[in-house]
Design a binder for this molecule. Structure first.
Ligand code: PRP
Ligand code: MG
Length: 214
């Protein structure tokens, strides 16, 4: 029997982590709980799981350090346009949106021309603004983006919106939806043919889970 294992990246902590492990479990793949470790193996499927930071995953896929990943489509759009999206996995649905203070009168995107926008998604924002013929100054921050308008750092923000509660708590309103996202299975362009065979088995199982869920 081949010792070859497929390497999958899963978000280390955060919103995708739990549902990612759940879908693997539902696919009949038991993973020894490696919460403390950054690497775990399955007992009953040739799979090795690496727990990684979201933003690092596109580079690992590109380099072929991992063969596949469960990742938010929004992260691939921001940092991994060259990476193959296989199937959508139906969870972690969110939007990547622009938001402004509730008190601001907002008519359309032209209101943001020449303004400051705080975001963790500079490529996505730039592409969107360019398409609209708007130029804005971007402030790149990695978290707690919604606080920026309240502390005078920016006029608007662009971030993930899921329930909308973070916007609400920070007195912001969603004014433009730039894209919709959910968890996807992403595949490294460098995956070997041996591992591709394992991947096909994994995809078959994931598809069965998704069919059963609908
Ligand atoms: C994420 C995202 C938004 C929020 C959206 O932040 O950056 O702020 O969730 O979810 P909601 O619409 O349901 O409120 P997270 O809490 O993961 O923290 P971070 O921004 O510090 O990474
Ligand atoms: Mg946040």
């Amino acid at each position: 029997m081949s010792k070859e294992k497929l390497r999958i990246a899963v978000q280390k902590s955060g919103r995708l982590n739990e549902d990612s492990l759940k879908i693997l479990k539902d696919a009949g793949i038991s993973i020894d709980n490696g919460k403390e470790q950054l690497k775990a193996s399955s007992r009953n499927f040739p799979l090795e799981v690496l727990y990684l930071r979201n933003g690092d995953i596109p580079q690992y896929l590109r380099d072929g350090v991992v063969d596949v990943a469960i990742i938010g489509e929004n992260v691939l759009i921001e940092k991994g346009q060259d990476i193959i999206h296989a199937e959508k996995l139906g969870f972690s649905k969110c939007r990547v949106s622009l938001a402004v203070p509730k008190s601001l009168k907002y008519t359309d995107i032209n209101d943001l021309d020449g303004k400051k926008i705080a975001t963790s998604y500079p490529n996505t924002v730039n592409a969107f603004l360019e398409k609209k013929g708007i130029s804005a100054e971007l402030h790149i921050i990695n978290g707690s983006v919604e606080i920026a308008p309240n502390i005078g750092l920016a006029d608007a923000i662009c971030d993930i919106v899921s329930s909308g509660s973070t916007l609400f708590k920070n007195n912001l309103k969603e004014v433009e939806v730039m894209l919709k996202s959910e968890a996807v299975l992403a595949i490294s362009p460098k995956i070997s043919s041996d591992r591709k065979e394992i991947l096909e088995k994994l995809q078959f199982r994931l598809k069965s889970v998704l069919n059963a869920r609908t």
